[in-house]
Structure formats: structure tokens, C-alpha cells
Design a protein around this ligand. Structure first.
Ligand code: MG
Length: 367
């Protein structure tokens, strides 16, 4: 089968529902890609004929800044193409739409696992029961505001901090955090905001980062490998890796850093577990990264983060990091630790009243 074609078995499914929500963020989240003030999420909801449900969350952002997918495009793709084709028993070409497809894959997996009374964590081979919470800190109004923000995370037990950086907000904030907390596990994520000649790269080793994530554009293969050879700091890839095969390509070009595993970016749990297995087999570092997920998406990512071969800390954090009132029961930090969901299925479902309050669009298809 063409690798871009996907199918889903809707046997035993009574209805497919798409729900679009807008979940307010506690504070605007600023990265080199732009500013998010509310999380625009599309949920795929399968209702089984036996009353069992399956939920999946599409992590595309409101604008197509992180990758080429955006929430509106995902919504129309799911509504006008994916669900009609699946109802007709036909395959779907998911080229360029991994995040939309991941929501379908996870919803179906969630339904199947709930019927079996099994957890997603067990399904993917996760053996950890909890992982240390991380925090990704976007650009702040000032260095003082940044230090206050980081201090708040550390007081709540957060084990590692990743700063979003971009030209004009890089060495000064990184040095300020490093000077204040000399032994903190600190990383930086540029979301591809630098060019290969930018002077930041030559100065980054002195900061003592766990890794520098995606300093150059996703397709800047040569430049990334050149800088990898010059630097002591590990380089991490995020936007550049859209599949396990993409990691194979980068390895063939000499990449020897770290890979940020996001199941949404690679098109689902199956591809993400292959990516994790491949990274481990090749001796490449890996960790599970977050996407400002709502509760369903975070629980899904946490199941993956429980896989014991992941050797860098996840940047996932508790619900309260982003949302005053999550869609699901909140993901809680226990002295800086996040529990790997024990299921059934993904281990989180939207609370009906919260879902209703945040819903901006909804469409239901009988099978
Ligand atoms: Mg990133």
C-alpha cells in the first residue's frame, strides 16, 4: 500500500463525531513561531455500538507555523475527506496531515484498548509509572519576568526547563537562567529560527545546555550537520522528523544528536513507537515532546513517555502549566512527577460539561 494511505476499521462503531474546542490558555505562549492565547483543538470521538468510546486529539496549532498543518485545515480535512472516506470503507491519503490522522488513529486505538480493558501505556511497552515533569518557557517580557517564571516551575518540583529562543531573545536569557541555577537541566528550542551563519551558534557551548533543539530550518541538513561537528552541545531535531524513515535519512547524513518524539507530528502512536525504537537501536537520544496538548493529547503523549529507552526528560508538564481548567480531569504534578496513565485506553476523557463549555463546532456522522 502507498505509505501515505491509511485506513481505519469502523466495524462496531455507531457514530463518528468531530468536536472543535477553544480552550483558554492561562497566559499567552510565545515562541519564534508566534503567540497562542487559546488552544484550538479538534477531537475525534468514536462511539461504539456497545457504548464504549474512543477519543483522539489533533494537535495542529491555530496557524500553520510549527508545521504546514493548522487547526482549521485539520477540521475541514477530517470533516470533508477523512470521515466520509472511512465511512465508505476507503483509504485516506494523509500526505501533509499527520496531526489530523493521528487523532483518528488514537481514537480508534483508545476504543479498542477500552474494549480490551488495556492501557495505551502497556500497549506501547511503557514500563515507567511516572516521569519527571518538564516546563517549556516561552519568551517573556523581561529577564526578571523570565527568572520569576522559571523559579515558579522549580518551586513546584519541575526537573528540567526548556527556553524558547529566537534572534533577540537567546544568549541573554539563557545566561541569566544558567547563572541563577548552575546545575539545572536546561535546554533551548529555536523552532528553526536561525541561519547557519548566525553568531548564536558559536556561543552556545558556554551555556551548558542539555541540547539545542531545531536551531536551523527543518530542511537545513548540511548546516545542521556542520554545526553538530563544531559544537559540544547536542543538537535535537523536532520539525525535521516527520517519520521513523526521516530519522533514517538524517542518520545517513551523519546526524548524531537527539530526537524530539511527538506522535502528532509523525502521524500517530504506531509511527512514534517505531521512531523511539529506531532511535534507541541507533544509539540516538530521544524524548517525548509536548504540543500544548489538552488532557486527551497529554495522556496519549505521557503513555509514550513511559517507554524506558527514552533517555532525555520529557518536556510535558501538568495541566496547570497551561490551562486553568483542562478538558479532562487535570494532569497533576506530584512533587514534580507526572503519573503515566494506567488506562483504560489513553486514560483520559473529556468531562462533558467542560467539553460543552469549550465547544465551538461539532458534527456527528452515523457510521
Ligand atoms: Mg520544538
Amino acid at each position: 500500500m502507498d505509505p501515505r494511505l491509511r485506513t481505519a476499521d469502523l466495524a462496531g462503531v455507531a457514530s463518528v463525531e468531530l468536536v472543535r474546542v477553544r480552550l483558554p490558555l492561562i497566559a499567552p505562549f510565545v515562541s519564534s513561531h508566534g503567540t497562542e492565547t487559546e488552544r484550538d483543538l479538534v477531537l475525534v470521538h468514536l462511539l461504539g455500538e456497545d457504548g464504549v468510546e474512543g477519543w483522539g486529539e489533533c494537535e495542529a496549532l491555530a496557524a500553520a507555523t510549527y508545521t504546514a498543518e493548522d487547526a482549521e485545515g485539520s477540521w475541514t480535512f477530517l470533516r470533508d475527506e477523512v470521515v466520509p472516506l472511512l465511512r465508505a470503507g476507503e483509504a485516506v491519503d494523509v500526505t501533509g496531515r499527520p496531526m489530523a490522522w493521528a487523532a483518528v488513529e488514537v481514537a480508534q486505538l483508545d476504543l479498542t484498548l477500552r474494549r480490551d480493558g488495556a492501557s495505551l501505556a502497556a500497549h506501547v511497552g511503557a514500563t515507567r509509572t511516572a516521569v519527571p515533569a518538564g516546563a517549556v518557557v516561552g519568551r517573556q517580557a523581561s529577564i526578571d519576568a523570565l527568572l520569576t517564571e522559571v523559579a515558579g516551575h522549580l518551586e513546584r518540583g519541575t526537573a528540567s526547563i526548556k527556553l524558547k529562543i529566537e534572534p533577540g531573545w537567546d544568549l541573554e536569557p539563557l545566561r541569566a537562567v544558567r547563572t541563577t541555577w548552575p546545575v539545572l537541566t536546561l535546554a533551548a528550542d529555536a523552532n528553526g529560527a536561525y541561519t547557519v551563519e548566525h553568531p548564536l551558534l558559536g556561543s552556545i557551548d558556554a551555556v551548558g545546555l542539555a541540547y539545542l533543539e531545531q536551531p536551523l530550518a527543518a530542511d537545513a541538513v548540511e548546516g545542521t550537520i556542520v554545526w553538530q561537528r563544531r559544537l559540544e552541545t547536542l543538537l535535537a531535531l523536532d520539525e525535521a522528523i516527520d517519520s521513523a524513515d526521516a530519522l533514517g535519512f538524517w542518520l545517513s547524513r551523519g546526524f548524531a544528536g537527539v530526537v524530539n518524539v511527538k506522535l502528532s507530528r509523525v502521524g500517530g502512536v504506531g509511527e512514534a513507537t517505531q521512531l523511539i525504537t529506531r532511535a534507541h537501536g541507533e544509539g540516538i537520544g530521544a524524548f517525548v515532546g509536548g504540543m500544548l496538548e489538552g488532557g486527551v493529547g497529554r495522556a496519549t503523549s505521557l503513555a509514550l513517555a513511559g517507554i524506558a529507552t527514552l533517555d532525555h526528560p520529557t518536556d510535558l508538564g501538568p495541566s496547570e502549566r497551561y490551562f486553568a481548567d483542562d478538558l479532562t480531569e487535570p494532569t497533576m504534578s506530584d512533587h514534580g512527577w507526572l503519573t503515566i496513565p494506567a488506562g483504560p485506553g489513553v486514560g483520559a476523557v473529556p468531562r462533558p460539561e467542560r467539553l460543552a463549555a469549550c465547544t465551538v463546532d461539532r458534527v456527528t456522522f452515523p457510521r
